[in-house]
Design a protein around this ligand. Structure first.
Ligand code: HEM
Length: 396
């Protein structure tokens, strides 16, 4: 009988400026390991790039089942099935193409000039408040929050409340009733917005989905609101986290900043390497084993919980030689920041594009921008599923 309380407790760290030493060790020595989750359940923690690739593509590991009431859990239980299977529900309702169009190459809601102006206004506001300024608040959270509101069609006045609900939803180790109550408020707010006749000047995805939600697999309003809430929470938290953590990585490398200033056309390469090294996944991507399987010398049994640490995989020396070295010319750079396989993030293009545009504005608007604290002294929010700096203090 396995003694769960003797297993190492995962997650290991709240920091995004470096990979947790425990993960760095596991990826080299034990890519499939036993851990205990916040809920006390045992799980397999997978850190190897090859092992995660295999799991992410195999039908023997299911994402949706991580929401089943009898599955082992990472933290608090998942509140509704459409929260883990949002895209499958949208597909059945004939609405997935609209989501893909909105987040894909067309980007109808967030034109480049609008993204640049939003980033510039945030930095102007930071400059007015005086040095040291906070890039997390005035740049990362502002750009991510406003982009998500505009893409979905929510008025920007809603943002402080939406951001608070999203932060709470992605905080671990809080009572399940608080998580459930918080979700109800967020979902009900979206239901109110849907019912509200006085729409914001910019319509957005929420209203386009509602208009098209007429087919045979039609979603109930609460399901639609749940799904749009998932899009807001994953999009806002992940993007605000990435922009803040990537800013720390970039600004702690003055030679990189100088190179980017001289060669702005190299921005996409820099963003790829920032995506690789920025540790933003505070927990693991959850899967449930659907048939007994052998992996990396371990025997995984049906019903067990598997957690994929794509952060660790992004430092796998088998795939990324000298993984600690920041190298925008790494080619190929098959990092897993947006996952891998059928559940690959639908917001990847949206996030890359906004990151490129926003960092372009940051370097142009504040030519002398630099961190006001060494990266190891940056404060982090505790227990976040999307690792988030509490502040990114800068001088300029
Ligand atoms: C830097 C920003 C982002 C990062 C790092 C990120 C990361 C990820 C990762 C790693 C996955 C795979 C999950 C898994 O395999 O279990 C994922 C899936 C997902 N992401 Fe993102 N994401 C980002 C932005 C966004 C945005 C902007 C949206 C939407 C507005 C979004 C919506 C989703 C959804 C709905 C899924 C689930 C896909 C499925 O069920 O197949 N993400 N994301």
């Amino acid at each position: 009988m396995e003694q769960t309380d003797r297993l190492p407790r995962y997650p290991f760290s709240d920091r995004g400026d470096r990979l947790a030493p425990e993960l760095a060790e596991l990826v080299r020595t034990c890519p499939v390991a036993r851990v205990r989750t916040n809920s006390g359940d045992p799980a397999w923690l997978v850190t190897g790039h090859a092992e995660i690739r295999r799991i992410a593509r195999s039908p023997a590991f299911a994402r949706e089942q991580a929401g089943d009431p009898d599955s082992p859990v990472q933290d608090t239980p998942i509140l509704a099935p459409e929260l883990m299977g949002a895209l499958a529900y949208l597909r059945r309702a004939g609405l997935l193409d609209e989501v893909r169009r909105t987040l894909g190459r067309e980007q109808p809601d967030v034109p480049a000039d609008w993204v640049r102006a939003t980033a510039r206004e945030g930095l102007d506001e930071m400059v007015r408040t005086g040095t040291p300024g906070d890039l997390q608040k005035h740049f990362a959270e502002r750009v991510a929050g406003r982009a998500l509101c505009r893409m979905i069609g929510l008025p920007v006045e809603d943002l402080p409340r939406l951001a608070e609900w999203a932060d709470t939803d992605l905080t671990m180790n809080i009572p399940a009733e608080k998580v459930a109550d918080n979700w109800t408020r967020l979902r009900d707010h979206l239901l109110d917005r849907l019912a509200d006749r006085s729409r914001p000047p910019h319509d957005g995805l929420l209203f386009r989905l509602a208009e098209r939600n007429t087919g045979p697999g039609r979603l109930a309003d609460t399901q639609l609101a749940n799904i749009v809430a998932v899009l807001f929470v994953s999009g806002y938290e992940d993007l605000a986290s990435l922009l803040g953590v990537a800013a720390i990585h970039l600004l702690s490398r003055p030679a990189a900043v100088q190179d980017l200033r001289a060669h702005p056309e190299r921005m996409p390469r820099y963003v790829e390497e920032l995506l690789r090294v920025s540790v933003v996944l505070g927990n693991g991507l959850a899967r449930v084993v659907t048939e007994d399987t052998e992996l990396g010398g371990a025997r995984l049994r049906k019903g067990e919980l598997v957690l994929l640490s794509t952060d660790a995989a992004n430092f796998d020396p088998e795939v990324f030689p000298d993984p600690e070295r920041f190298d925008p010319d790494r080619a190929p750079n098959p990092h897993m920041r947006f996952g891998h396989g059928p559940h690959y993030c639908p917001g990847a293009y949206f996030s890359r594009r906004i990151t490129e545009l926003a960092f372009g504005v940051l370097l142009e608007r504040l030519p002398g921008v630099r961190l006001a604290l060494p990266p190891e002294r940056i404060p982090w929010h505790p227990d976040r599923m999307a690792i988030m700096p509490a502040r990114v203090p800068v001088h300029w």
